[in-house]
Design a protein. Structure first.
Length: 352
């Protein structure tokens, strides 16, 4: 084990679904990328275990491509492919385990078994909800697995024995540029699913007599939702632009008067909220999950409980200072701040 706290050796273990960074999807992979680069910038020795089609600017390990790459190449793949990719990822980790001081996993479950006694020098970040039966059983079987919550809201569903701390997400400071000029429309960015509720965003925009542009992927777990709940309500003033890469997403968010975030689930974080703030764009978000931790009422946006309140909030957007919103992003949600918080947890786990 290395002695210098500045040269902690950390493995960042990514999931197998998308490359790191992702192309048009995957908030988890975006966070892993930005964290890895920021840790390297701050003197941490980082090794990224990720799909072979990844392109992060850190030392990387991985011989097999992502599930999304295989599906694009072969079409339908056997349902066992995700398990094969996961097994290969854990083998990459197993044969290198003694090279790392900290193993930081962003996957699901099986790493806990592989780590064994090394669990005390590991950290698991869960990028999904933790209030369902699968996590309940998992935490009960592995009470010694340190877990970093991505919000206080999420931490409430993590047993005390597993809690290692809270680290809010961050993104690269300069990926999104501040914009003081807007295009007079509202924006929605997220999966087309009943958890994110783009249909509600369309209704709010219509009630406020404002155009809206919607971006995001059709949820693979709920593909019928888009056709039944979103497509029938699209029009010249409610336009679906599809999934967007960083450049197009930045253009959409920076030109928006506000981002609508009408979630209908216990959102563990909500990366698009801070992406909007990085552009200086205010967020109108529903009071669920992490929203009250991320949005500062009357400063970076408005927190609402109903569609009527959201419509009223649109009428108050002129009271917000877009330059101040960007400043709060820089103060609270950069990847360098995220990396500093994780380094503090690594040192705590190592007893330094």
């Amino acid at each position: 084990m290395s002695d210098s706290p500045e040269m902690i050796r950390v493995a960042q273990v990514a999931p197998t679904i998308f490359p790191v960074p992702p192309a048009d999807h995957g908030g988890t992979e975006r966070v892993i990328h930005d964290l890895s680069v920021a840790l390297k910038r701050q003197g941490v020795n980082v090794t990224l275990l990720a799909p072979s089609d990844s392109a992060a600017d850190v030392e990387s390990v991985g011989d097999l491509p992502s599930l999304s790459f295989l599906e694009a190449k072969y079409g339908t793949v056997p349902p066992s492919i995700p398990a094969v990719l996961e097994a290969a990822r854990l083998e990459d980790l197993r044969i290198r385990l003694d090279r790392f001081d900290i193993v930081h996993c962003h996957g699901e479950f099986f790493h806990a078994t592989l780590l064994g006694e090394r669990r005390k020098h590991s950290l698991t970040t869960i990028h999904w909800r933790v209030d369902e039966l699968d996590r309940e059983l998992f935490f009960a079987r592995f009470p010694d697995l340190p877990v970093a919550a991505i919000s206080a809201s999420q931490e409430g569903g993590i047993p005390q024995s597993n809690r290692a701390g809270i680290v809010h997400h961050g993104i690269e400071r300069d990926r999104y540029r501040f914009s003081g000029e807007t295009g007079g429309y509202l924006a929605f960015v997220g999966r087309m699913t009943d958890q994110k509720r783009p249909d509600k965003a369309i209704r709010v925009a219509k009630a406020a007599n404002r155009p809206i542009r919607l971006a995001g992927t059709v949820d693979v777990g709920n593909p019928r939702y888009f056709d039944s709940e979103v497509r029938p309500h699209l029009s010249d003033t409610a336009v679906y632009v599809g999934p967007l890469g960083d450049r197009d997403k930045a253009s959409l968010l920076s030109g928006a008067d506000a981002l609508l975030f009408p979630i209908d689930w216990p959102e563990p974080f909500g990366l698009v909220m801070i992406e909007a703030m990085a552009c200086g764009t205010p967020v109108i978000a529903w009071r669920k999950g992490s929203v009250p931790e991320v949005v500062e009422e009357g400063l970076t946006g408005f927190i609402v409980d109903t569609e009527e309140e959201a419509v009223a909030a649109i009428g108050r957007l002129h009271t917000l200072d877009r330059a101040r919103i960007r400043a709060r992003f820089e103060e609270r949600f950069t990847s360098d701040r995220m990396a500093q918080d994780y380094i503090a947890l690594y040192r705590k786990l190592l007893g330094r």
